[in-house]
Design a protein. Structure first.
Ligand code: DX5
Ligand code: ZN
Length: 228
């Protein structure tokens, strides 16, 4: 049974106080910090780059889960690895099999993990299904990339169940990360559908007590995971 991991997305905090955001994650016992990098091309927002990741790295020892929502990831993969990302997730929509292989070699050479993200309307491409054993995390987006605070698109859940069945059927240890609109009210549905890494922006940083919001999500997730 996959481990439940909570990954707060700092995009939902005051962007002038990212250090405060990671401190909340550390105090709340988060498993990893989700860092959303958006280039204004792949999705309609611009966030931060490797310089910010590097600055945060020196202030935090949690796993850095960097979600690259950018058009040309091959131009930046080394920069984000050098900056201290532990898991680098790339979008399937801008890749093909040979581009993925190139990124995989770069990430693997540094001993780091590679993730593959898919937008709500994207199905897992055949080239990705063929390379599933190299992908440590499948990131299933439940909102369109761009902004924190959107409502989860529940119509993605059948696809999530399909991904989870695929991974289990092959006996792989692949994490299934769900990204977008996770709240205490829907986290159990997400876990029942096969998600085990739970990204939460507004679901953590939008709460009055963000430190305990991390435990709330974890406890609710564990209730259904243990019942599975
Ligand atoms: C959207 C980002 C998400 C987002 C999550 O482009 O990839 O990680 O910040 O935030 P919430 O949980 O508020 O939807
Ligand atoms: Zn994200």
């Amino acid at each position: 049974m996959s481990q439940i991991k909570i990954a707060p997305s700092i995009l939902a905090w005051d962007l002038g106080d990212l250090e405060g955001a990671i401190q909340i994650s550390m105090r709340g016992g988060a498993d990893q910090v989700h860092l959303d990098v958006i280039d204004g091309h792949f999705a309609p927002n611009i966030t931060f780059g490797p310089g910010t990741v590097k600055a945060l790295r020196s202030r935090c020892d949690l796993k850095f889960d960097t979600h690259l929502m950018i058009d040309s990831p091959h131009l930046y993969v080394d920069k984000f690895l050098e900056a201290g990302s532990d898991l680098l997730s790339f979008h399937s929509e801008v890749l093909n099999g040979s581009k993925f292989d190139e990124l995989y070699r770069a990430v693997h050479a540094k001993g780091k993990e590679i993730g593959l993200a898919i937008k709500p309307m994207t199905e897992l491409p055949t080239w990705a299904a063929e390379r599933l054993d190299r992908i440590s995390t499948l990131v299933v987006m439940t909102v369109n990339p761009g902004f924190s605070g959107q409502t989860m698109d529940m119509s993605v859940l059948p696809k999530l169940r399909k991904m989870s069945a695929l991974v289990e059927g092959r006996g792989l240890p692949t994490d299934i990360e769900v990204d977008g609109g996770i709240e205490p009210e829907n986290v159990q549905e997400v876990v029942k559908s096969g998600g085990n890494v739970l990204v939460a922006g507004a679901g953590v940083y939008g709460k009055k007590d963000p430190v305990s919001a991390i435990s709330v999500l974890r406890e609710r997730a564990l209730q259904v995971r243990d019942a599975r």
